[in-house]
Design a protein around this ligand. Structure first.
Ligand SMILES: NC(=O)c1ccc[n+]([C@@H]2O[C@H](COP(=O)([O-])OP(=O)(O)OC[C@H]3O[C@@H](n4cnc5c(N)ncnc54)[C@H](OP(=O)(O)O)[C@@H]3O)[C@@H](O)[C@H]2O)c1
Length: 373
């Protein structure tokens, strides 16, 4: 296959992971990725020193695809430069939230609704990170038993705010360790995040939900093409650097229970990108052994000493084999309602929640001949 000419706008943590994914997933590139941001400099991306150019119309010339990973809003990258990229002939795949709910713009999770991208599509959006992982896990269950209602609470990492969010948490943890007063910038997190959980992500709306919570509602309804699907969300920022977790309670219109859901989610044909980590330990000495756990070791090697059952947590998503997966555990029946289950769901917000998703979209478009090479 001849290579494509690709551009990347934005070199925050999402841009860095897009650079990484493009290398790892071997999308054929006809020329080095054209990397742009607000100003020219050299930047380390995926361990390589890369020339970042100041964004300008000429840089979009001859590009086949542009990945946007800039900030959102009127001064953001895709609002300012999206149409320039399209006019120059490129397909745009955008991580930001500015166009996700536009009726003519596909909002895509490749495992769920790739068919919404057609030969006429030029601008494609990728959902909010918490929506993406939830939809990957719920889609196979929805196909089987139709979802009626979702109640979700999120536990979202600092990096969801971008590079500045991650840096702010690191600085605060350092200040705490040294017994110093914790400083915070309320434009990033509205109070100190270190050793606290903040039930406030993005602005409050008139209905007293936050924008982040309503994004999960509207984006999920759009992806599942189910405007009547009942969804209620509580989004919480937690002092974790990378990785979002979600506690999901889901009620189905048709028959469903935890055992059936587990079987479906364990089937990689029905549930691509999902890994179920859920089961009893065989250790008879559970709870009696105190162990030192090396988090860099293979997963689960130490877990028999500390867990009664296996389940995924945010630390697991940083392990190489899970970085592009959605991990599911704690699958159980909701004892208060029929056809209703609870489960726990974890993913890397920067990779499957953003970078991996957009690169998978491009890969799939190439496979389907939607991007000519
Ligand atoms: N972080 C996540 O978990 C996550 C998940 C899903 C989606 N997203 C979305 O992905 C996007 C990137 O996220 P991030 O966390 O990497 O953000 P970030 O750390 O704030 O980085 C933003 C990057 O975009 C560049 N940029 C901003 N405005 C620009 C403009 N007008 N023209 C050109 N470049 C511009 C910045 O350039 P300079 O470096 O020159 O300032 C910076 O490199 C955002 O839209 C975010 O909403 C993020």
């Amino acid at each position: 296959m001849a290579g494509i000419r690709a551009g990347l706008v934005g070199v925050g943590p999402v841009g860095d992971r897009i650079y990484c994914c493009l290398k790892e997933r071997e999308i054929p590139l006809a020329e080095p990725l054209r990397v742009m941001a607000t100003r020219e400099r050299r930047e380390i991306l995926a361990g390589e020193k890369v020339l970042v150019r100041e964004i300008s119309p000429e840089l979009f010339e001859d590009l086949d695809v542009v990945f946007f990973a800039g900030r959102e809003g009127a001064k953001g990258a895709s609002v300012q430069w999206g149409s320039t990229a399209i006019e120059a002939g490129a397909y745009v795949i955008d991580n930001g939230g500015d166009y996700r709910l536009e009726p003519d713009v596909p909002l895509v999770v490749p495992e769920v609704n790739m068919d919404t991208v057609t030969a006429d599509t030029r601008f494609i959006t990728s959902p909010n990170c918490s929506t993406t992982q939830m939809c990957v896990a719920l889609a196979p269950l929805h196909r089987t038993a139709r979802i009626k209602r979702i109640v979700v609470s999120t536990y979202q990492a600092a990096s969801g705010w971008g590079a500045a969010g991650q840096e702010q948490l690191q600085a605060q943890l350092g200040q705490l360790a040294q017994g110093q007063t914790v400083e915070f910038d309320p434009c990033i997190f509205c109070r100190p995040l270190a050793l606290d959980c903040i039930p406030h992500i993005d602005a409050f709306l008139d209905n007293l939900y936050t924008k982040e919570e309503m994004k999960m509602v509207y984006e999920t309804q759009k992806i599942f093409e189910a405007p009547d699907m009942g969804i209620t969300a509580t989004a919480v920022r937690v002092p974790v650097e990378i990785g979002h977790s979600e506690s999901i309670n889901v009620e189905f219109a048709d028959d469903m229970d935890a055992a059936t859901a587990t079987e479906i989610l364990q089937d990689c044909k029905q549930s691509p990108s999902v890994v179920v980590i859920d089961g009893p330990t065989s250790d008879p000495n559970y709870g009696t052994v105190r162990a030192k756990v090396d988090l860099n070791r293979e997963p689960w090697a130490d877990h028999r000493y500390i867990d009664e059952r296996a389940y995924p947590s945010q630390a697991d998503i940083l392990r190489e084999q899970y970085k592009d997966q959605v991990l599911v555990g704690r699958v159980r029946d909701d004892v208060t309602r029929p056809n209703t289950i609870n489960f726990w769901c974890v993913a890397d917000n920067l990779r499957k929640g953003a970078a991996t998703n957009v690169v998978q979209i491009a890969e799939e478009m190439l496979k389907r001949g939607l991007i000519p090479t």
